[in-house]
Design a protein around this ligand. Structure first.
Ligand code: NAD
Length: 540
C-alpha cells in the first residue's frame, strides 16, 4: 500500500474524517507526513504555538503539564475535552511535570481544534511514550484543505463544539455554582466561611466533627472565621469529584482516591485544599496536587498508641487463638484439643519494620514482654536504639523474626514487602502482623505462606484491595474477591476492617487536628504562606 493510501485509510478511521468527502480525505492525505519517533519526542510543547494536527497510528502519547496557574486553568477549561483519551494514570512522567492523560490506539487525533485558527498555544506538552508512529498535517495546509469544503468544515466544527459542550457543560455549571458559592460566602458579611465537603463519611465521622465544628465556630465568632462541613457517604473518585463544586476544601479518609484526574477536576471546581483525616496519603497524587496548586494536609499522628496496641491485640489473638477459643466455648466445647496452643512472646525475636511514631511505641510494648526486638527502617530511631532495639538489614529481619510487624507507610519501595520472593526468607512458622497498609503484602504470597506452613498465623487490620469492602456492610451480599474470601475462611487469620486507629482518643485527635489544619490553611493563606504545619512535603 502506498503512503497516500495508508494515510487515507487512517484518516477514514478517525472519529472526525470518517464521514468526510472523498476529495477532502485525498487532499489531507496528500499533506500528511509520517513520523517514526522514539520515547520522549515532543510533538507539542506546553506554552508554544501548535502548528499541526497529529494523527496517531501506533504507540502511545502522553500529555504532561509543568504547573498550573490561573491562566492555565482558564485554558484547561476550554480545552479539557479536545483530545479523546483511552487511558489515564495518576503517576507523573518525570520529577517536575504532571501527567494529565495518555492517548493510545490507532486513529486518535489531537491538535484539531487548535488548528482551525493559526496561533493557538498548547496548554500541555504532548510527547511519545515508547516508539510512536504518527502522521502530521501542517496547520496551514489543514486550513487550506478544510476551507475548500465549507459545508463539511461547519459540520465538523459543530461536532467538535457538541463534544466540548457535552464534556464541559456540567463542569462549567459546577464551576459557576462554585464561584457563586464562594461569592456568597464572602458577600453576606465579613465572615470567612471555609466550606468543606467530607467524603466517605460514616457515623463516627459525623458524630465527631459536627459538635467540634459547632464549638469551634462559637469560639471564633469574634474573629469572623467559621467552618461549614457537609458530609457524603460517597468516596472521592473520578466519578464523585464533581460533588466538590462550591467547596474550598475536601476532607478525605484512607480509601478516597485523589489521583491526577481527580485533582484536576477539584482544581477546576475551585477546591484549594485536601484535608486528610488520617496519617497515610498513599492514594493522593501529591505531585499533581502541587502542580494544580492544592495544599494537602494530614493528621500525622492521631493516636500511635491505638495502632500499636491493636497490633499487639492481633498478635495475641493469632498466637493464643482467642478467636477460635471464643467460638469453641460458646459451643460448650471446653477442651484444649485441636490447635489452641500458642507461644510465649518473652524471649522471642520480634521484627518491627518501620520504627516511626507507631513502630517506636510498639517496640516499647515489646520490650515489656521481654522480646528480642529487631528493627528495620530507612532512618534509625535513636529512642528505639537507646532502649535496646537492634537495627538489621531487610534480609536479616525477614529471616530471623519469629513474629514480624509491618509498620511502615505504603510507598513504591515498600509495596509488597512480603511477596513470593521474600516469603522464601521467612522463618518457618512465623507470625505476620500488618496494621499499616494492605499493599505491603502480596495477598497471594501470604495465602501460599499460610498454606505451606511458612506463616503460622496472620493478624491483619488492612487488606490490599480493601477499598471496595471496608467500612461497608457486606453481610447480606456476596463477597466476590477470591483472596478476601480465602482470608475470611482461613482460621489462621484474624482480620479486622481497618479499625486499629479507632479509639476515642484517636477520633478526638483526628477531629481537632483536621479542624486545626483547615484553619491554619485559612490563616496561612491570608499571610501568603500556603502550608499549614501538617502539610505533606512535596517530595513524597
Ligand atoms: P511514621 O511516618 O511516623 O513512621 C513510618 C516509618 O516508616 C518511618 O520511621 C520511616 O522512616 C519508615 N519508612 C519509610 N519508608 C521506609 C522504607 N522504604 N523501608 C523501611 N522503613 C521505611 O508513620 P506512623 O505514624 O508510624 O504510621 C505508619 C503507618 O501506619 C502509616 O503510614 C499508615 O499507613 C499506617 N496507619 C494505619 C492505621 C490503621 O488504622 N490501621 C492508623 C494509622 C496509621
Amino acid at each position: 500500500m502506498s503512503s497516500q493510501e495508508d494515510a487515507e485509510k487512517l484518516l477514514k478511521e478517525t472519529a472526525y474524517f470518517k464521514e468526510a468527502p472523498e476529495a477532502l480525505v485525498q487532499e489531507l492525505a496528500r499533506q500528511m507526513q509520517c513520523l517514526n519517533v522514539e520515547d520522549g519526542h515532543n510533538f507539542f510543547e506546553e506554552g508554544e504555538e501548535i502548528h499541526s494536527v497529529l494523527i496517531l497510528e501506533e504507540g502511545m502519547l502522553v500529555r504532561t503539564k509543568m504547573s498550573v496557574d490561573e491562566s492555565d486553568v482558564a485554558e484547561l477549561r476550554s480545552s479539557l475535552r479536545e483530545m479523546p483519551s483511552e487511558h489515564s494514570e495518576s503517576a507523573s512522567s518525570d520529577d517536575s511535570s504532571v501527567l494529565i492523560d495518555m492517548i493510545s490506539g490507532r486513529a486518535q487525533v489531537t491538535g484539531l481544534l487548535h488548528n482551525f485558527k493559526a496561533g493557538a498555544v498548547a496548554y500541555a506538552t504532548v510527547s511519545a511514550k515508547g516508539s510512536v508512529k504518527a502522521w502530521l498535517i501542517e496547520g496551514e495546509k489543514f486550513r487550506e484543505a478544510i476551507t475548500k469544503e465549507p459545508a463539511y468544515a461547519l459540520e465538523m466544527m459543530s461536532a467538535l463544539s457538541r463534544e466540548l459542550r457535552v464534556g464541559t457543560k456540567s463542569l462549567q455549571a459546577l464551576v459557576r455554582h462554585s464561584k457563586a458559592g464562594h461569592r456568597e460566602g464572602n458577600a453576606t458579611t465579613e465572615q470567612k466561611v471555609c466550606k468543606v465537603l467530607c467524603y466517605d463519611a460514616t457515623s463516627w465521622t459525623i458524630e465527631g466533627f459536627e459538635p467540634a465544628i459547632k464549638e469551634f465556630n462559637e469560639q471564633h465568632k469574634e474573629e469572623g472565621i467559621s467552618i461549614e462541613m457537609e458530609f457524603t457517604t460517597e468516596r472521592l473518585s473520578e466519578h464523585s469529584a464533581i460533588f466538590a463544586a462550591g467547596y474550598s476544601a475536601v476532607c478525605l479518609f484512607v480509601n478516597d482516591t485523589a489521583n491526577s484526574n481527580v485533582i484536576q477536576t477539584l482544581s477546576l471546581l475551585g477546591v484549594r485544599m485536601i484535608a486528610m483525616r488520617c496519617a497515610g496519603f498513599d492514594r493522593v497524587d501529591t505531585k499533581a496536587a502541587r502542580a494544580f496548586g492544592l495544599t494537602v494536609a494530614r493528621v500525622p499522628a492521631y493516636s500511635p498508641y491505638a495502632v500499636a496496641e491493636m497490633g499487639i491485640a492481633l498478635l495475641m489473638s493469632v498466637n493464643r487463638k482467642i478467636h477460635r477459643a471464643n467460638n469453641r466455648v460458646r459451643m460448650a466445647n471446653f477442651t484444649l484439643d485441636g490447635g489452641l496452643m500458642g507461644i510465649d512472646i518473652h524471649g522471642k525475636t520480634v521484627g518491627v519494620m518501620g520504627t516511626g511514631n507507631i513502630g517506636a511505641i510498639l517496640c516499647n510494648i515489646l520490650f515489656g514482654f521481654g522480646a528480642n526486638v529487631l528493627c528495620y527502617d530507612v532512618h534509625e530511631n535513636p529512642d528505639v536504639l537507646d532502649k535496646g532495639g537492634k537495627y538489621v538489614s531487610k534480609e536479616e529481619i525477614l529471616s530471623q523474626s519469629d513474629i514480624l510487624f509491618l509498620m511502615m507507610p505504603l510507598l513504591p519501595p515498600t509495596k509488597h514487602t512480603i511477596n513470593f520472593d521474600t516469603l522464601k526468607l521467612l522463618k518457618k512458622g512465623m507470625i505476620l502482623i500488618n496494621t499499616s497498609r494492605g499493599g505491603l503484602i502480596d495477598t497471594k504470597a501470604l495465602l501460599k505462606g499460610l498454606q505451606d506452613g511458612t506463616i503460622a498465623g496472620a493478624g491483619l487490620d488492612v487488606y490490599e484491595n480493601e477499598q471496595e469492602y471496608f467500612f461497608q456492610d457486606w453481610s447480606a451480599k456476596t463477597v466476590t474477591d477470591s483472596d478476601l474470601v480465602a482470608l475470611l475462611g482461613n482460621n489462621k487469620v484474624v482480620l479486622t476492617a481497618h479499625q486499629a486507629f479507632f479509639t476515642q482518643e484517636a477520633v478526638d485527635k483526628i477531629v481537632s487536628d483536621t479542624i486545626q489544619n483547615l484553619t491554619d490553611y485559612y490563616h496561612s493563606n491570608k499571610s501568603g504562606i500556603r502550608h499549614p504545619n501538617n502539610c505533606i512535603p512535596v517530595h513524597h
